[in-house]
Design a protein. Structure first.
Length: 156
């Protein structure tokens, strides 16, 4: 029986990425024409690591930074989100092992400043971590978001 891959191993497996490809016809209805960068997981993690305490970033800002880095029209929405999730779990795995210098995944939000409930520890953990850094987390309907998150956004 094969051993399950660690989150760190998944993060380090670049699978021939990054790649810049033409935006497909199916994608063009939503994203227009041009090129899309499919980033490597470690690139997403590296950008997430650049967000200092008290600051925030959204997946959309990560996608913009990746597109700019690779000269593409857009950063892939699907893989950027998935790789941010992998980076979050790899960081949690490292924290569980006692490591202190981990990727601050709680500072990476969904569009609109919404907390990602699929990150380790769920909303309660994210709320605790964000509030301990001075952010105010509020519930809007079924979603939790950082109030006035725009004021804390970092430009990478």
């Amino acid at each position: 029986m094969s051993k399950k891959k660690s989150w760190k191993a998944k993060l380090l497996n670049s699978k021939n990425l990054p790649q810049v490809q033409p935006i497909t016809e199916k994608m063009s209805h939503r994203w227009g024409t041009g090129t899309v960068v499919i980033p490597a997981p470690i690139e997403v993690d590296a950008l997430m690591r650049q967000v200092p305490e008290g600051k925030l970033i959204t997946i959309n800002e990560l996608r913009e930074a990746l597109a700019k880095k690779h000269g593409a029209s857009i950063g892939c929405p699907m893989t950027t989100g998935i790789f941010a999730w992998v980076a979050a779990h790899a960081a949690d795995e490292e924290a569980q092992a006692g490591k202190k210098d981990i990727t601050p995944y709680w500072r990476t939000l969904k569009a609109g400043g919404v907390l990602n409930d699929k990150y380790p520890g769920g909303i309660e953990n994210l709320k605790y971590l964000l509030e301990s850094e001075g952010h105010r987390v509020v519930q809007k309907g079924k979603k939790w978001k950082v109030e006035n998150f725009e004021q804390a956004l970092i430009n990478l």
